[in-house]
Design a binder for this molecule. Structure first.
Ligand code: UFG
Length: 350
């Protein structure tokens, strides 16, 4: 396939690009590098720096590159930010997304896989969540992803698009080459690894009075290479069939609690990880776990690397190899900080 990966310099995008190139596909990355990293784009893929809202530019890139399918991973994706800047999310995730669809239509490209989110479901009525369950997002992030799915659905009906939307929650782990480097970092596993590395004194546990076995929130974590595989299978599946939008949840159907994640980091790193329970974070449902039965059955997808310790071990290995993330030059004080945690007793939280 000749694939345009919009947002291909981000965490999930770059790892998927790595996989697509390894499998012999012709890949062009289109990214504004607002949160992605130039260095994450593997050799063998072309990089075009551009704005998702620039329909004319996208159309030229699609046409000049002889692109036959698009992978869209370019959304703004911070729940908290979306609550205070909804306009940014509607502009980027909805208006920008529609510019991409219009460019595809003009260039005669009708295959698209969208990296969506299980945040479209809002507070689930039951877990594991299935694709047909009610979608009632509780933040602009989830609302804008759902709105874009709606646009794709109508482009399928009106313009013969074949589209797949992959809805998932928490991505973790790394390849040898690419890993997670967000600024600001809000995700649990990288934050806990920072504590293990001595870059922060302790991790905060957002609430320990949830109706779960250990009182902390349960989330569905998937290895980023399993995500890459799902995106590849999705792209292949858009090659045939009637025009339609097909939605697939991706999940492990088990989930891990915040305390289990912290424990796994202690075990894998052998470092102390002091933890303190603080009050709940707004908008966090107790349990978010998706059923991926449909993806397993219809796409033949199977997560192979999503055991908690493997994800933590891979993320830790990447962090040790890339202490400054993708940035060059030493991070001030990092060495001294990394030596520090042995002096700190393991925190039991609370
Ligand atoms: N958490 C802590 N301490 C922290 C950070 C997180 O206790 O310092 C907890 C959160 O409260 C939550 C869990 O760890 O219970 C995971 O939090 P993350 O921020 O890592 O991830 P979320 O589950 O909030 O977010 C994920 C995806 C989003 C998606 C969202 C849907 O990363 O893209 O699920 O709700 F939108």
């Amino acid at each position: 396939m000749r694939i345009l990966v919009v947002g291909g310099a981000g965490y999930v995008g770059s790892t998927t690009v790595e996989r697509l190139v390894a499998d012999g596909h012709d890949v062009t990355v289109y990214d504004d590098l607002s949160s992605g990293h130039r260095a994450s784009v593997v050799e063998g893929a072309a990089l075009v720096i551009g704005d998702i809202a620039d329909q004319g530019h996208l159309e030229r890139v699609l046409t000049d590159g002889g692109i036959d399918s698009v992978l869209h991973c370019a959304a703004k994706s911070l729940v908290g930010e979306s609550m205070v800047e909804p306009g940014l999310y509607y502009r980027n995730n909805v208006a920008g997304g529609v510019a991409l669809l219009e460019a595809m239509r003009a260039a005669g490209v009708n295959r698209i896989v969208f990296s969506s989110t299980a945040a479209v479901y809002g507070e689930p009525r039951r877990v594991p969540i299935a694709e047909a369950d009610r979608t009632e997002p509780i933040n602009p992030y989830g609302a804008t992803k759902l709105a874009f799915e709606g646009a794709m659905r109508w482009f399928c009906a009106a313009h013969g698009f074949r589209a797949i939307s992959l809805r998932y929650f928490n991505v973790a782990g790394a390849t040898e080459r690419n890993g997670e480097d967000h600024d600001p970092e809000t995700h649990l596993i990288p934050l806990v690894l920072r504590v293990a590395a001595g870059e922060a004194s302790h991790v905060q546990i957002f609430g320990q009075d949830y109706p779960t076995p250990d009182g902390t929130c349960i989330r569905d974590y998937l290895h980023v290479t399993d995500m890459a595989e799902a995106h590849l299978l999705g792209l292949e599946a858009t090659g045939e069939g009637d025009p339609s939008l097909e939605v697939y949840n991706l999940g492990s159907a088990a989930g891990f609690s915040v305390r289990e994640v912290i424990e796994a980091v202690r075990k894998v790193t052998g470092r102390a990880v002091p933890a303190r329970a603080v009050k709940r974070r707004m908008g966090d449902p107790p349990v978010l776990v998706a059923s991926s039965r449909r993806a397993r059955r219809e796409l033949g997808w199977q997560p192979h690397h999503s055991k908690l310790e493997e994800m933590v071990a891979d993320a830790w290995a990447w962090k040790l190899e890339h202490p400054q993330g993708y940035a060059t030059g030493p991070r001030p004080g990092a060495k001294a900080a990394i030596d520090a945690p042995d002096r700190v007793a393991a925190g039991a939280g609370g």
